[in-house]
Design a protein around this ligand. Sequence first.
Ligand code: B12
Length: 239
Amino acid sequence: MTPVALPPALQPLVAALAAAGLELAAPLNTAWYDQAVEPALRLPARAGWPARPEGRLALLVGSARGAWDAFAAACAASSQLTTTPDPFDTWVEEVVLGVLAAHSPASLGAPALGWARVGAPRLIAFGRLAVASGAAWLAPCHLTIHPELGPWHAWRAVLVWDQSPPPGPPPRLEDPCGACATGCAPAFQAALDAQAEGLGWLPPRDACPLGRGHRYASDAILYHYTGERRWLPQRDPSG
Ligand code: B12
């Protein structure tokens, strides 16, 4: 279940993304996010689209623990994938573009795309986008907290169509952090004080009591936090 009903036209696309390893999808009205951020962070639009003050239809796409297995299968199937500069980001892009090519409803037209990876052509504040969609809450440690997965998920892409947005007001998720007795703030502050890098950012995520059963596999954690190629599912023969 998503906080906002999934438009029927997007159901095959969302099912195909989930089957390919990107299992989180949340539809939203672009205006819920665009009106809350500075202009430079707004969602993308394609050249020639008319102004739509009421907003457009967008789909936020994310991953959870299962993405690593799908990525590992893709690495095993393609020797080229592990030699790209950022194999996981490359895999995400290939999945999204491949699924769009096969399942994007022609009636919606071509979407504009935004990416969460470091160095994406356009910076989008994915944490705030997830909050605007009602899919997650922003914790004191700046990670988004999903009601079921806790902090064990990541946002990967956003697709925007020049179509009428979902109806109704923005959804509001009940704050799961307000009544939290554990709190990620001390671990976050300790990481800041230590000028953390890499695995030094793991303690704030581990401090969250929600979604512990969805914690990533250890090699996935090592790869995502260190970026070191030796933790790739299939070793890069050159490194
Ligand atoms: C740059 C960046 C970082 C920088 C943050 C620097 C900074 N001062 O903002 C560094 C390298 C420190 C970092 C660390 C991590 N990041 Co980071 N990061 C990003 C990135 C690419 C851009 C953030 C940004 O500049 N947003 C634009 C500003 C204008 O948005 P904002 O709403 O004002 O601010 C956001 C962040 O900047 C953050 N933030 C604000 N101030 C600070 C200060 C510090 C010290 C940190 C760590 C974060 C932070 O909180 C806001 C809400 O997301 C996003 C992807 C994206 N495009 O959103 C991922 C992203 C936010 N990071 C993510 C993750 C997972 C991590 C790490 C766990 C590392 C990792 N390898 O996975 C750690 C977690 C640190 C923590 N909070 O405990 C995920 C969060 C997923 C989730 N569940 O919430 C994102 C969304 C990427 C993704 N693919 O999903 N990250």
